[in-house]
Design a protein around this ligand. Structure first.
Ligand code: 6PG
Length: 241
């Protein structure tokens, strides 16, 4: 596993770094194959999506891109909490990705059934290596508590589930979630972990420095066997490294 770290001077530079990595990898994908991009929710990805829509829209062939989500809140697609709604408004409605290439987690469905349905969709539409779907680029955020996707410290066992997607629950709000598990995260070709703001600096340092107790944090389980991990931080989130 290859580990790298980029520290951006601003959110705008961070968005440019992510966008450049994404476009480079899409453009390197053979024309006879799709590129699977797994999106994350949260505020940080939103500003990245907006930058891509504004400045990178014409720099790649969106017909080659299949869009998935690493997690979703169990709400409808028009709900303000929906990761799909955020991505649709900030990116997908602004770039020419075919609607048939967008694989939405149906947050309005019964969670356990949707976790099964979506896992099947993922398996059918993502390149598979050794029996596991190998996402080309998997985008992950990081919570202050060390959660990633919707795997929280209180349900860290989901990371080692033998399923591709599981149902989860936000520890405070009890909001139901659908989340990718380690079976997807640790088989990805590239994982980009994005964190900005001083409030993430402690958890970032704990995980990257492998401080004691970090193994209780879901994000510390991110170790793609044959993949690359890029930590993409701003200076605030990196200040304790
Ligand atoms: C979600 C995300 C979640 C998010 C982190 C960081 O659905 O909310 O998957 O894991 O990435 O909470 O969010 P911010 O980038 O907003 O801090």
């Amino acid at each position: 596993m290859e580990h790298s770290l980029r520290i951006a001077k601003s959110n705008d530079e961070l968005a440019d770094i992510f966008a450049s990595v994404l476009v480079k990898h899409i453009n390197e994908t053979p024309d006879d194959r799709c590129f699977s991009w797994v999106l994350s929710g949260g505020a940080t990805p939103k500003m990245i999506f907006e930058k891509i829509a504004l400045c990178y829209k014409d720099l790649t062939d969106w017909n080659k891109v299949n869009i998935f989500w690493g997690d979703e809140r169990c709400v409808g697609p028009e709900d303000s909490e929906s990761n799909y709604k955020m991505a649709r408004e900030s990116l997908l409605d602004k770039v020419p990705v075919p609607s048939s290439n967008i694989f939405r987690i149906q947050g309005e469905s019964f969670p356990a059934d949707e976790a099964v349905r979506y896992a099947d969709q993922f398996l059918k539409n993502v390149n598979t290596v050794n029996g596991f779907p190998r996402a080309d680029l998997l985008m992950l955020g990081l919570g202050e508590d060390g959660h990633t996707a919707s795997i929280f410290p209180s349900n860290i066992q989901l990371f080692s589930s033998n399923k591709l997607f599981e149902t989860a629950e936000h520890p405070q709000t009890k909001q139901k979630r659908i989340t990718a598990t380690g079976k997807i995260i640790n088989h990805a070709k590239m994982v980009v972990i994005i964190a900005t703001g001083e409030n993430k600096s402690t958890v970032v340092a704990r995980i990257i420095n492998k401080s004691n107790g970090c193994d209780l944090l879901p994000a510390s389980c991110i170790r793609p066997e044959h993949g690359e991990v890029l930590w993409l931080l701003d200076q605030e989130a990196a200040k304790r490294l």
